[in-house]
Design a protein around this ligand. Structure first.
Ligand code: NAD
Length: 246
């Protein structure tokens, strides 16, 4: 297990699911974690349980708030862009407002936060940027995930572009492509089908391992990519998907 002592990590959407598990795992390995979420009370509760976690409210759709937050915290060596939103539907269900919302939250928000954080990473000559994409992206299509898959594919393109531009500057940028992972929003999606148990069974069934992933299983990859053990790795999209993409 690698130590992240002395590093500061900024995590978006840190209050639940993959963001939360990752923030806690980064802190457990010694990083100082700035855990941000639109839900302030949830990140505040996390900060109460760990001296290594500082909670800050942040809406990743708000460019001014992002700039203000980044200016007010110590330089960040690890950035985990985690916020995302699933629209359930085909192209025929996706109007322009839904398209814009999906791209705004899933892709443009990562551009905003990374653009704000990167100059100070460049000043210090070190940084690891980790973007949570999805296996449903340029890696794989899935039914009723039209704009989700399109916007998650954009993350992989953005990840490779940033990695290519700053590869000589000590900056690494990688993406993680989870399969279906247990989280509050997944439970909401299952409930929204009207038959939670049948939907859960179908989601498990599409995972070749026959089970959902746990957020902690994604957090392990986050910690690996955050630290120096992965120093030779950049511009990649890592599947952690229970074999869905085999
Ligand atoms: P989740 O969806 O349950 O939680 C998301 C968090 O994002 C919440 O705490 C919410 O308050 C926060 N949030 C929402 N809008 C925000 C905004 N505008 N600004 C800041 N925070 C905001 O967590 P999850 O399911 O683990 O998803 C996290 C990421 O992982 C997303 O990008 C998602 O697309 C991706 N992902 C999830 C799965 C899965 O099966 N759960 C699979 C692949 C990829």
């Amino acid at each position: 297990e690698q130590s992240l002592k002395g590093k500061t990590a900024l995590v978006t959407a840190a209050a639940n699911g993959i963001g939360r598990a990752s923030a806690e795992a980064l802190a457990a390995r010694g990083a100082h974690v700035i855990a941000t979420d639109i839900d302030e009370s949830a990140v505040a509760a996390m900060a109460k349980s760990s001296d290594s976690i500082t909670a800050r409210q942040l809406d990743v759709l708000d460019a001014k708030a992002i700039e203000a937050l980044v200016a007010s915290v110590s330089p960040v060596q690890i950035l985990l862009n985690c916020a995302g939103w699933v629209h359930d539907g085909t192209i025929l269900d996706c109007d322009e407002a839904i398209w814009d919302r999906a791209f705004d939250l899933n892709a443009k928000a990562m551009y905003r936060v990374t653009k704000a954080v990167l100059p100070r990473m460049l000043d210090s000559g070190a940084g690891s940027i980790i973007n949570i994409a999805s296996i449903v992206s340029s890696e794989k299509g899935a039914p009723r995930r039209f704009v989700y898959g399109a916007s998650k594919a954009a993350i992989i393109g953005m990840t490779k572009a940033i990695a290519a531009d700053f590869v000589r500057d000590g900056i690494r940028c990688n993406a993680i492509c989870p399969g279906t992972v247990q989280s509050p929003s997944l439970n909401d999606r299952l409930a929204a089908t009207g038959d939670f148990d049948a939907a859960l069974a179908a989601f498990k069934d599409r995972q070749p391992m026959g089970r959902l992933g746990q957020p902690e299983e994604i957090a392990e990859m986050v910690c690996y990519l955050a630290g120096d053990l992965s120093a030779f790795t950049t511009g990649q999209a890592f599947a952690v998907d229970g074999g869905w993409s085999i």
